[in-house]
Design a protein around this ligand. Sequence first.
Ligand code: AQP
Length: 351
Amino acid sequence: KPLVFSGVQPTGNLHLGNYLGAIRKFVSLQNEHDCIYCVVDMHSITAQLVHEDLASQTRSITAAYLACGIDPTKHIVFNQSRVMQHAELAWIFNCVARIGWMNRMTQFKDKAGKDRENASLGLLAYPSLMAADILLYRATHVPVGDDQKQHIELTRDIAIKFNNDFSHRIADLGIGVELMMGEEKVNGFFPLTEPMIEGPATRVMSLRDGSKKMSKSDPSDLSRINLTDDADTISKKIRKARTDPEALPSELAGLKDRPEADNLIGIYAALSDQTREAVITEYGGQQFSVFKPALADLAVEKLAPIASEMRRIQADTAYVDAVLKDGGERARTIAEGTMKQVRQIIGFLQD
Ligand code: AQP
């Protein structure tokens, strides 16, 4: 049965990239699937251990999930550190995955920078924990932005290696399920998870530099639209967004080598639920002095209600905490069911 899992780190203000690349998809998937949405607080300490406001940021991401429309009564919303089985399975996956696999991860290279020897071991092992997050629930689908594609591929590699290494044990215990590996049917314990990376804004770029991803950790606040920005701030940031002096092209091909224009078209398309082609058909030949105000109006219309709903929900700390506690309990039940079988497969003695 399909199961959707995804998460967001509580590392700062959520931005338009997180919204369009991930959270908006979380919301649309909940009508047709069972979903588990996590605030991945354990991931947030890999790059920086001490966060003065980790608790409030965890609540803020939860409030964003709820403000965007995720229903915590029908689905599971919780923070990762509440369910210790994530760390337990991650340790096992550290022993399944190879160091070379981790060394190849572009996010590790970007975040570790030049001084790799000084990066935390947790930052290197991040994809192992992410694989554990997903496979603990045997999730089949993971909605993410384009930057996470490599990590999902690694999750599949870990599942394949675990299924192979323990194939006899899984068969003897009779707890395997039939999986498709290309054309071939195999018996395995963990599913081969599919990333869901779709739509016109799978990689929203910085408003200051079209070659850099919009990111929570960018020191320039003008580089991103935060989900908590008010209408004036959203308009100002779009007005100041870096662009070239040319008018918009009348065909998509004309956006090649114009990353800033391409980014704004993608954002408009995603926010208005249109294709990029449709946006170019409407605005091709227009100057940015016409397009930017239209984009600002659209962004304010779509994002301002989320910001005010987030503020309302966040003010009710007891409610947010109750959602996380209840979600944590339900997640733990599923997670412990998986771990009992994983311990059996490996041969760990347990009660
Ligand atoms: N710019 C983006 N465009 C589209 N999707 C994006 N995502 C992040 N940035 C963009 C998606 O948002 C989800 C949650 O991301 P995360 O918080 O777990 O970590 P991240 O990818 O590292 O996000 P940031 O904003 O860049 O944070 P920092 O600055 O802390 O590294 C993921 O599905 C991600 O793909």
